[in-house]
Design a protein around this ligand. Structure first.
Ligand code: KIV
Length: 289
């Protein structure tokens, strides 16, 4: 070991902060638990390829989600429903290859875990062994608790996802806000407690009233990750194409756009095409002699 390399003890320790903390290893579930203890909020972004994942990793985003939102945000489907395990393995492996520090969480896509806990285990193992992810995410509260239990007992870190669960888009008739009204709010609390009890290390709360997300966050020991859940969850997640302004058309109310990459890329492509048409590209400096 040289003077600059960390001791094994340093390697194990949680960083002082998730942002700018230990950078010689990936973020772990223990780091996220410690962040909740000290009240540090953190961000998660989706990623679907090595190039953009590398940018987010260098920017210090501690957790990257290979979401099945790849279906509508990357692969051109209308919903997440058609996404397959083979696609998730391929995209997840690329994100792992493109990053050094972020914890990479991969979604179990629709149809890859609902049949039985054994099916969930089989496909979670594929994501860990073939793609190298550090955790998996699956949708459902009480209804998914048995699978979460089996996975966590087997050593698979599980992020749960409750509230609006996009894989149920056809059953829900769209993407409505969840947890409104007493009965729905009580069910969301039961779901949150069920996934924590089953061993999930964290839970996504999608499209739920801010007051309810706050209540869930206060009642859980594990970190909550909000998307359309207001400001009081322990962490926030956004789909990267929404966050960076790559998405065509309207984005959900809960999105803040931090850039307009669609316009920037479109302008670059138009300028390139115009140069080619005009014969000004390639110029002398782009040519071999
Ligand atoms: O698939 C996805 O991107 C997600 C996030 C919206 C949480 O599940």
């Amino acid at each position: 070991m040289n003077a600059s390399s960390p001791s094994p003890a340093q390697n194990q320790a949680s960083p002082a902060t998730l942002y700018g903390g230990v950078t010689n290893r990936r973020v772990t579930v223990r780091d996220l638990a410690a962040a909740k203890q000290r009240g540090e909020k953190w961000s998660m972004l989706t990623a679907y390829d090595a190039l953009t994942a590398g940018v987010f990793d260098e920017a210090g985003i501690p957790v990257l989600l290979v979401g099945d939102s790849a279906g509508n945000c990357h692969l051109g489907y209308e919903t997440t429903v058609p996404v397959t395990m083979d696609q998730m393995v391929m995209l997840s492996a690329a994100v792992v290859r493109g990053t050094k520090r972020a914890m990479v969480v991969a979604d179990l896509p629709f149809g890859s875990y609902q049949e039985s806990p054994a099916q969930a285990m089989h496909n979670a193992a594929r994501l860990m062994k073939e793609a190298g992810v550090g955790a998996v995410k699956l949708e459902g509260g009480e209804r998914s608790a048995r699978s979460i239990e089996l996975l966590t007992e087997a050593g698979v870190p599980v992020m749960a996802h409750i509230g609006l669960t996009p894989q149920s888009v056809y059953a829900l008739g769209g993407y409505p806000v969840q947890g409104r009204g007493d009965e729905a709010a009580h069910q969301l609390l039961r779901d949150a407690k069920a996934v924590q009890q089953a061993g999930a290390f964290s839970v996504v709360l999608e499209a739920v009233p801010a007051e309810l997300a706050k209540q869930v966050t206060e009642q859980l020991a594990i970190p909550t990750v909000g998307i359309g859940g207001g400001p009081d969850t322990d962490a926030q997640v956004l789909v990267w194409t929404d966050m960076a302004g790559m998405t065509a058309g309207r984005v959900p109310k809960f999105v803040k756009q931090y850039a307009n990459l669609r316009a920037v890329l479109g302008d670059a492509a138009r300028a390139y095409a115009e140069d080619v048409r005009a014969g000004t590209f390639p110029a002398a400096e782009h040519s071999f002699h």
